[in-house]
Design a protein around this ligand. Sequence first.
Ligand code: HEM
Length: 400
Amino acid sequence: MATAAQTPRFTHPAARGTCPFAPPPAYRQAQQEEPVSRITLWDGSASWLATRHEDVKAVLADPRFSADSTRPGFPFLTAGVRQLNAGRPTFIRMDDPEHARLRRMLTGDFVIKKVEALRPRIQRIADDLLDRMTADGRTGADLVREFALPLPSLVICLLLGVPYQDHEFFQECSRVMLRRESSAEEVGAAQDRLVDYLNRLTEAKRTQPDDGILSRLVERGELTTAEIGAMGRLLLVAGHETTANMTALSVLALLRNPDQLDHLRRHPEAVTGAVEELLRYLTIVHSGLGRVATEDVDLGAVRIRAGEGVVCMISTANRDEDEFPDGDELDLTRDARRHLAFGFGVHQCLGQPLARLELQIALATLLRRLPELRLAVPFEDVRFRGDMLIYGVHELPLAW
Ligand code: HEM
């Protein structure tokens, strides 16, 4: 049984290889040679790395692995992430029963039936954005700025009761918070500004209630303004960054795989399955999910001791050949539903029904309305977000 004495294989995150859609080769190599291995983190500390589908699922489903970032040994991915979780952890970094108590206050807002009722409004938002993007005979635009980012931002603002006119402010805060190179001070300052803003907004809902989530949490009377503000921050950031990046990166992946794009154009009804395959293939939460062992646990050939961290690489798990044969291929006809792009276990993404619906509407509407869609710059010039905690592209210049 191997233990922490093993030599670290590399420093996390390792460099990407030639294919910008694929996880860095070092993780695929680890998956084949030593599926549970040792890595070094940014601050020189050591952590375990889980790379196989089976092992990642096992860790994320096992309550002996804690998501509580205040526990010693928790593997922070950057200095900024440590700062994000320093003062006011939200329920994503808590264990049950506290995690479940807080999450339960929101589950009703994100169940499939409730989300499906938003379909006409999301469709209208997508159409309005495309109307504007193509107005006055325009034949090109940056998809990120004009469509992929505003769509989920408008939707999450609507749900929370946050004024969309403040989007540049909260998008900038979240950019700083999610940039790998941001210092702890920069992340702390951006987070403080965002939390102050949400606290003030929450306070205002006490006298001017609306039908948004923040107002509903105020009316419930169980949480302080600061607790509601922290929840609002989690939803606002998670609710727009992820879907925005998935949308733009999906469009790029389809343009690079013309046979798959053609398949989706000819079978628009296949968009539901196509979104699952794109989630698997692209896995934008590319830095992995951190957990820390609360007692000794055997994982594969390895004994993880209490207090040792594990980084679960959902990106390599989603290309595990045992689970997804030819996993490096984008195949929209594949049944990809076992992917772990939304995580697994009690922390599995709360917003996934909303993310799925937004992605289905965004892709279907784009392909239907812009049949000539193509990249407006050489592929080599596209700037990928290797510098961010959520992967994607910084901008996507398209022509039609
Ligand atoms: C394509 C889009 C999205 C992806 C790939 C994604 C991915 C993830 C992943 C991997 C986790 C698990 C984190 C962990 O276990 O440590 C997670 C959790 C979470 N996500 Fe998402 N997400 C997306 C969209 C959204 C949206 C639209 C919302 C909100 C409206 C949202 C809200 C949350 C929340 C609140 C959690 C924490 C759940 C908990 O701890 O119980 N996400 N997401």
